[in-house]
Design a protein around this ligand. Sequence first.
Ligand code: GLN
Length: 284
Amino acid sequence: MHTVLELLNLTTNFFEQKGIDSARLNAELLLAEILNCKRLDLYLSFDKPIKEEEVDNYRAFVKRRGNREPLQYILGHVEFYGLTFFVNKDVLIPRQETEILIETVLNSTDKEAELNILDIGTGSGIIAVALAKHLPNAKIVAVDKSPEALAVAKQNAETHNVSQRITYLQNDVLIASLPIDEKLDIIVSNPPYVSQLEFQSLQKEIVAHEPDFAVTDFSDGFTFYRKIIESSKKYLNENGKIFFELGAGQSAQVKSLFELHNFSSIEIRKDYSNIDRVIKGEWK
Ligand code: GLN
């Protein structure tokens, strides 16, 4: 029989050997998931023996994490903007920085307005769902080229009771035009903005496990900004706005793209590491 403390110590050592950051925290979060308790509750039960079956399940999780599979795919859920989202290998794992994108959209809109919003590359659906939750009269179209991602996004919308106000479209915005009848007030996107070159230097968790097409454009990192800004005017209302998440070092070039296409009132917001993370442009 293994106790909680023994399992945590063994697993922490194993993760350290594998070069996994925050080895102890990973060991604790995985065990808490298996035992269906909070991480800190483990500290109250260090001497507790763990059932054989639970040990087997924990071993399976530990093995996956040892292969550098991201923790969030193993747990199957992530917190984002105060909500819990289901995730799997078909979607990009929500990042904390993307909360700044949500905040920026919410700060620049009237909460009660009947807005038409388009979320391009919805992935797990975090942007569409978080906005629908905070903008009770908004209607949202969420687009992704991956049907598997759309299945995850739909599931998250149902969990959070906003599926009636979100329409899902399978569409590759780089190829097809969008079948949208009503003009849009807001386009929001966290596109794959990592360049092909930079992609190869990212950590193994990302390169080997997250969907590559959700991370990189396999080019210079600007493909989606260019394409969305260029083609947006036929979809946007007058005074319509575009909000993008940005990769580090991309703000000046995306600002120029906005200016080139006659967008104004451009605003940039930094993240907690002082990196320009979100940009907004208005079509006037
Ligand atoms: N919209 C999702 C997110 O922000 C997915 C983005 C993507 O796959 N590039 O997490």
